[in-house]
Design a protein around this ligand. Structure first.
Ligand SMILES: Cc1ncc(COP(=O)(O)O)c(C=O)c1O
Length: 464
């Protein structure tokens, strides 16, 4: 930290924050009864410094799986500056140099995908795909094939339509009524299959996918337009579907002519050790949405990527003046996002951060499993690449979830040790019991030892 702020400056900032800012996802009362809001003033690599100058290891890439290439990347700053000084913005009916070049580069990482639609946030990218599904239903099926299936425990964003596709009941509570035409399918968390009626001992993956087919048959296949899934569920508990799930899902989509929408907002651009999470499973999506890691938070950018099959449906009849995607995202025309994204991708390539993610992900998984041997409260460790979770339980046999306050106490204890970890939080009623880890893709074994060591101490302090 270079000491840019002095004591007086920072107290003024804290007061300005306390008096004026409405923070995301937290209660504010503590800020009026003694606690200060936390202000992060600087970041470098995997570390951040708060207003007191305390150095923290960030095991969650900016809190929400975003800063994949780490903090303080001057070359991204330079790329953004150069882009915006030359041409910062023009509405998206026109093109831009960074927009064209990033789309071209991105598609080289996504064989089978053909078109990039720019917007600002993961929620918005998902909304674009939802709107396309609805418009295709109107164009081809008289409006009938408009339903969108989403999965229990998945999250697709914060807007009302995205919450309508939201499988996290605590997140959704109090924000209804919701948009019609979204239908829930069951989760695929094998560790909790004992809570699902009829789940088998063997071949759980196929069974979980078959539950999707059952819903399609119940709704009527001619009413279902798309299935929207996270490749690895993030805030719903870091859930990777077991073997057998994805091939069956692909088969079902094919059979009923259902478009497959993969939400890569968290997994996209390296988090799981492939460019995209779906690429682990040999499936071919129709829509892929992405946001957080696309530019590692150096600029706002989100993309909805689709195939020529979809794109062509919107350009087949020029005599119909309604026959195009009648949608705009003002800030989808900003050049800062794609300029940052190009440089972000170059860094991942040149520093082999996908390779590092695989190696460090395996290392971290081993370290967390070793921790599981010492702490009975860890029921399961799971995840892929540098995207890992540890589900805490009261009892390994019954798998009764650990008390949420104690899970949060582990997070708080780590924070006191200056290690920032996450946990599922007010998302799933009675199931907010998974610790979440997603360090930057530059993480080293030393960083991981430091993080896991802090969790070890916290588990002992909280659970004994
Ligand atoms: C899987 C997933 N999809 C979509 C979103 C929404 O992204 P945003 O907050 O950029 O709108 C999130 C955010 O956490 C997410 O985890």
């Amino acid at each position: 930290m270079d000491g840019t702020f002095n004591e007086n400056d920072i107290s003024r900032v804290i007061e300005a924050d306390r008096a004026n800012v409405w923070h995301h996802l937290i209660q504010h009362q503590p800020f009026f009864t003694g606690a200060d809001p936390k202000i992060i003033v600087e970041g470098k690599g995997i570390k951040v410094w708060d207003q007191k100058g305390i150095e923290h290891i960030d095991a969650v890439s900016g809190g929400v799986w975003t800063v994949n290439v780490g903090y303080g990347r001057e070359t991204i700053g330079d790329a953004v500056r150069d882009a915006i000084v030359k041409m910062n913005f023009f509405g998206g009916t026109t093109g831009s140099i960074p927009g064209a070049l990033f789309a071209e580069k991105l598609l080289t990482k996504m064989p089978g995908m053909d078109r990039v639609y720019y917007c600002n946030s993961g929620s918005e990218a998902n909304e674009k795909a939802f709107k396309m599904v609805r418009q295709i239903a109107h164009k081809k099926y008289g409006g009938k094939k408009h339903k969108i299936l989403y999965r229990d425990r998945d999250y697709h964003g914060t807007t009302i339509a995205c919450l309508s596709a939201g499988g996290q009941d605590e997140r959704n509570a109090q924000y209804g009524p919701y948009t019609p035409g979204f239908v829930r399918v069951p989760h695929c968390l094998e560790y909790r299959k004992h809570e699902q009626d009829g789940a088998p001992e063997q071949n759980y993956g196929e069974w979980a996918a078959d539950q999707i087919e059952a819903i399609i048959l119940r709704e009527g296949p001619d009413t279902v337009g798309a299935l929207c899934l996270e490749p690895v569920t993030a805030g719903g508990g870091v859930i990777e579907a077991p073997d057998g799930y994805w091939p069956r899902v692909a088969e079902i989509c094919e059979k009923y002519d259902i478009l497959l929408h993969i939400d890569e907002v968290v997994c996209g651009v390296g988090r799981t050790g492939e460019w995209f999470g779906y690429q682990h499973y040999g499936i071919k999506p129709d829509f892929v949405t992405m946001a957080k890691g696309v530019a590692s938070g150096y600029a706002a950018i989100a993309c909805m990527v689709t195939t020529n099959d979809v794109f062509d449906m919107f350009k087949d009849d020029t005599s119909d003046n309604m026959n195009y995607f009648r949608d705009i995202s003002t800030f989808g025309g900003c050049t800062a996002g794609p300029a940052a994204a190009i440089e972000n991708m170059r860094i991942i390539e040149d520093e082999d951060l996908l390779g590092n993610t695989v190696a460090m992900g395996d290392y971290m998984l081993d370290q967390l499993r070793a921790l599981q041997d010492r702490h009975a409260v860890i029921g399961q460790v799971r995840g892929k690449g540098l995207f890992l979770g540890a589900e805490l339980v009261k009892d390994r046999d019954s798998r009764e979830p650990a008390d949420e306050k104690m899970v949060q106490a582990v997070v708080g204890n780590c924070m006191k040790q200056a290690v920032i970890i996450g946990a599922t939080n007010r998302s799933l009623p009675g199931r907010n019991n998974t610790l979440c880890f997603s360090p930057a893709l530059i993480a080293t074994t030393d960083n991981i030892d430091h993080i896991v060591g802090a969790v070890d101490t916290a588990l002992t302090d909280v659970f004994g």
